[in-house]
Design a protein around this ligand. Sequence first.
Ligand SMILES: Cc1cc2nc3c(=O)[nH]c(=O)nc-3n(C[C@H](O)[C@H](O)[C@H](O)COP(=O)(O)O)c2cc1C
Ligand code: SF4
Length: 408
Amino acid sequence: MAEFLSRAEEYVDMAEVSTENWNYCMPSTYIPWASNREFVREIKQSGKVKFPLYLVGSIVSPEMAEEIIASGDADGISFSRALIADPAMPNKAKAGRIDEITPCLRCMRCTDGDNKTRFFRCSVNPTTGHETRVGFMEDIPEAKIKKNVLVIGGGPGGVEAAVTAARRGHTVTLLEKNEELGGTIRYAKNDALKPDLKRYLQYIQKLPSLYPNITVKLGTEATPELVGSYKADHIIVATGGEPIPPTFLEGWEKAKDILDAYFHADSVGEEVVIIGGGLSGVEAAAHLGALGKKVTVLEKYTCLADVGTSYGWGVKLAVKQYGVKLVEQADVLEITDEGVRYAMGGKEILKKADSVFYAIGMKSNNQLFYEVADKAPYVDIIGDAAQTARIGEAVVSGFYAAMDIGTF
Ligand SMILES: Cc1cc2nc3c(=O)[nH]c(=O)nc-3n(C[C@H](O)[C@H](O)[C@H](O)COP(=O)(O)O)c2cc1C
Ligand code: SF4
């Protein structure tokens, strides 16, 4: 080792400190921020390494980087995903435009996509992988013709559409029926385990206020009459989606939708059953597990079948850590006052529960789109309202819908 280090000093200008363990070399949102910090600190404190040591892995903001360097734990910081999420981050930090820095979700869409399909993409940066066509976010061109744009719905897709249209010089009104922006991801403010989504929620809640040509109207339900009164040149409908209730099950009305698990966790009791073992069901189970609940997930087929490999590893770690029980090949028959009755391996089982939630998929809220189709020359539908999916799809569809406004 001593020989290796002395020879390395001849050739090495700096080294990055990371780990071999996948969960820590590219940590998902289930791993603490700056998760390799103690390793770099120990190596530096050993005094055996003379060249500068940089820390890499989940350094999520310039403030965090500055604090680590100031503490003496590392000589420098390397960013990877923070710069995929926002390549302009260093320039924005230098200019003091901190609220404009798009935070990385540590959702692994970039790596899961890169490894599986060789198509590089990012959930929060719609220009990633499309730079040759649209340039970087900072380069998007002003619109040829400035329009009066109405965006209905302030979730990730609606905010992306509103902000992109505003960046291109349009005048934008953003209507949101709730008293705050965020749409479906408003649950993140109560999520016990996903600090990055919470940061992103705070970011999109503030972002429109930084643009003087966006007017945000909270607590405003869009009716066809109201929408018509804006006389918009272009309408973007981003009314999101909602959980599908399991109406095919006896007693389904005794269960609550999965988002309720985040908003009313205090009243769920001790024993919880979640019907549906896709990502949203299992992540909610881990969240409730972290709050001390005993959670069982009943899945008809295989749990987490809709999750990319590397993000899935992080979720499975949380499932293990918080004692969540995943039951696969469970055919749910009925929700009773006592719990959930299901069939498995030729037997019928009653799983007792204080609360039952369903997470069997989402459906689009698209009714308004048809009702306002004649209220402007151009009416688009984006995000979950068009097709339920993840944040990445909502952001991409919002961005490109806004990029098309004012080109003719
Ligand atoms: C899409 C993607 C591809 C990567 N490819 C490599 C690679 O080929 N070799 C490597 O050593 N690290 C690779 N990494 C890991 C990063 O260099 C970095 O160590 C890791 O993402 C943790 O840093 P971060 O939290 O700042 O993203 C990749 C990361 C991403 C997001
Ligand atoms: S895809 Fe997800 S993890 Fe990758 S850079 Fe974008 S936000 Fe971060």
